[in-house]
Design a binder for this molecule. Structure first.
Ligand SMILES: [Zn+2]
Length: 432
């Protein structure tokens, strides 16, 4: 337990600082003044008359940034509300998150954007950015008034949950969004090919007798959207990339200079379709958990920059929602509170990923991807930081869960690396 009384000017000393920009982790101290980073000194301790936040033994990094969260508010407040979703995010070390538009009503009017931002001002535990819908009520047909949504505060556009099947609509949306400098985030999945599939199409879907969602249903959609990004020159971001074939398409597109970026979720990096043999409804996600070969390709893509960042796709559902036959269970799992510890335990401690690269993929990389502030230790930026005890082990159970829902296959799992708290504009929030 860290004891700390908030004050406007102080130093954090004794920590190991993770600096995503220089890709270095080393001893350092941070001078914070009036909610901003005044100075970073690469020394473990400093001489000062100011108060000192002693972070000896901890890792201090820029606060994490999630660009793909479902907060369910308005409309599905039984699953999550802004207060609980942002609390789960803060407990996971996030200081900024961006929420998706598939609420009810969808975020397709400026008033809904403002409603969400107002609610976060009242009850939010993190900064919140709003991703507005591309089409009216996510119908895939009629494009929204992007400039009004932008004016109200939207920072990107997405019909996430649905693929915009009409290529002409997607073309117009990219053209319009491009004029305003707003990226479009695409949920790439051909709905006809995906059909009523329940899991990845392959050996295990055959074995379990489940209808499958083929990898190509994603890849066809990725290929089309890349072609449209090339045609329009507008910024396209591919949500939750899950197949080796998609990685290949994105790699080629980037080589040609097409303005495309991509994200991968913690679960698509760590869980494969063989796990579905447990029939755990919390493993039903969209896109589905894929094969070990896909996971291998995703990890490689993360390291070589084909995939730009990690995003959670935090998708809360109530116990009742999930306590139905596998066929009827809605897809999705929560992920904000476990993302860092899960990937630290599975990828960093196993030697597959450098700690600084995990930090970068959760800070400066997502910030750059959507063009939002934060994610660095630069002088003058908002002092949004996370303090982590890398040696601490903890168990993710219902008692510590801050989300309103607990649909996770990681229940009662033990993790290494525990977020102790965050600074939001220099204000400490104790998490454990
Ligand atoms: Zn999606």
């Amino acid at each position: 337990m860290i004891k700390w009384k908030n004050r406007s000017e102080f130093w954090i000393t004794g920590a190991k600082l993770a600096d995503p920009e220089s890709r270095k982790i080393r001893a350092g101290s941070i001078h914070i003044n009036n909610g901003r980073i005044e100075e970073v000194v690469w020394k473990k301790s400093i001489e000062t008359d100011l108060e000192i936040f002693d972070a000896e033994g901890y890792l201090v990094a820029p606060g994490f940034i999630d660009i793909h969260t479902h907060l369910r508010d308005p409309g599905f407040e039984d699953k999550e509300i802004i207060a609980t979703g942002t609390a789960a995010a803060a407990a996971g070390g996030y200081t900024s998150i961006a929420c998706m538009a598939n609420t009810n009503p969808a975020i397709d009017e400026p008033s809904v954007v403002r409603y969400i931002l107002d609610k976060n001002r009242e009850a939010g535990e993190t900064r919140l950015y709003v991703i507005a819908a591309v089409t009216k009520g996510l119908d895939g047909k009629e494009i929204n008034e992007f400039h009004l949504l932008k004016e109200a505060g939207a920072i990107a556009l997405s019909d996430d949950g649905n693929f915009i099947t009409n290529s002409k609509v997607m073309r117009s949306a990219l053209e319009y969004a491009g004029l305003l400098g707003l990226p479009i985030i695409s949920h790439c999945e051909d709905p006809d090919l995906a059909g009523d599939g329940l899991m990845n199409e392959g050996y295990y879907s055959t074995k379990l007798g489940f209808s499958g969602i083929p990898a190509v249903s994603e890849e066809i959609a990725v290929a089309r959207d890349i072609a449209l990004a090339k045609l329009t020159g507008s910024r396209l971001h591919i949500a939750h990339v899950s197949t080796a074939g998609s990685v290949e398409l994105i790699r080629e597109a980037k080589k040609k200079g097409i303005p495309v970026t991509a994200e991968v979720t913690p679960h698509h990096l760590t869980m494969d379709d063989s796990l579905l043999q447990e029939y755990d409804r919390n493993l039903k996600v969209n896109p589905p958990l894929r094969s070990l070969e896909d996971i291998k390709a995703l990890k490689k893509a993360l390291k070589n920059g084909t995939v730009d960042c990690i995003a959670t796709d935090h998708a809360p559902h109530t116990e009742i929602d999930k306590q139905v036959e596998f066929n009827f269970a809605p897809p999705g799992m929560i992920g904000l509170q476990t993302a860092f510890s899960h990937l630290y335990t599975e990828l960093v401690l196993s030697g597959e990923l450098e700690l600084i690269d995990l930090v970068r993929m959760m800070t400066s990389a997502p910030a750059k991807t959507l063009g939002i502030p934060g994610g660095t230790l630069e002088t003058g930026v908002q002092a949004d930081l996370v303090v982590i005890d890398l040696d601490a082990e903890w168990i993710f159970n219902g008692k510590v869960n801050r989300s309103k829902s607990f649909n996770t296959p990681l229940a009662d799992r033990s993790f290494n690396g525990h977020v102790q708290g965050t600074f939001l504009a220099g204000k400490w929030k104790q998490m454990v």
